[in-house]
Design a protein around this ligand. Structure first.
Ligand SMILES: *Cc1c(COP(=O)(O)O)cnc(C)c1O
Length: 221
């Protein structure tokens, strides 16, 4: 697929594109940057930092992979959205590092919807529990923007659609609850969908998609 066609399709549907550039070189990212894309996603902190240093300042860097508490300080000065928040402990650290850097860091809760056991993320009940935690509302240097999830790694479109629909329902439920925009909540992003399932994700209400191989070609992982 031509990148311009993908960009056009997503623009028409008002869905934001995050180009997932993990394992790809700075030169490859620059080529995609030159087509006008400004949002890039990485899943490893070290790689994110290194690419941030080498590439233009107007790139929005998204962390889409698991984040360890002791690494938050390295990305806090510049990260655009952290997609993979799955504990209060991690949030407390993000808040602390955001305060040190005199900024407010946007984040998503990563929700586990897939059948596979290996994937990271909160279960829906755990997320609701966290949202009820009084300590969470006191963290003023972070802002909850929405939810992120990955569907099962399957070719069964019905199953993927069922999983995305479930997260969409939960998203709407939380959105209704926090319908007022405050300093630390602006709940408007549902980040679901990758190269293989982004069309299903958009049909299920995605506001953001994370697309790697379709843009950059396959990875040798
Ligand atoms: C790698 C990755 C993607 C992109 O995967 P593609 O299949 O290459 O589009 C999206 N989300 C996360 C969390 C990833 O790690």
């Amino acid at each position: 697929m031509k990148l311009q066609d993908l960009i056009g399709e997503l623009e028409q549907k008002h869905v934001k594109l995050i180009a997932v550039s993990k394992t790809k070189s700075v030169e490859e990212i620059r080529t995609v940057y030159n087509t006008g894309i400004r949002d890039f996603g990485e899943n490893k902190v070290q790689e994110l930092i290194s690419k941030h240093e080498q590439l233009p300042d107007d790139i929005h860097w998204h962390l889409i992979g698991h984040l360890q508490t002791n690494k938050v300080k390295y990305i806090a000065p510049f990260v655009h959205i952290i997609h993979s928040v799955d504990s209060l402990k991690l949030l407390v650290e993000i808040n602390k590092q955001a305060e040190k850097n005199n900024r407010i860091i946007d984040y998503l809760f990563q929700i586990h919807i897939a059948r596979e056991e290996t994937k990271f993320g909160l279960r829906v009940e755990e997320c609701s529990h966290l949202l009820n935690d009084a300590q969470w509302t006191k963290l003023k240097h972070i802002r909850l923007r929405g939810l992120m999830a990955m569907a099962s790694n399957t070719s069964d479109a019905n199953q993927i659609s069922e999983e995305f629909t479930r997260i969409r329902h939960y998203f709407m439920e939380v959105k209704q609850r926090f319908n007022q925009v405050t300093d630390n909540i602006c709940f408007d992003e549902l980040c679901i969908g990758m190269s293989s399932d982004y069309a299903i994700a958009i049909a299920c209400g995605a506001t953001m998609v994370r697309i790697g191989s379709l843009i950059f070609g396959s990875r040798n992982e």
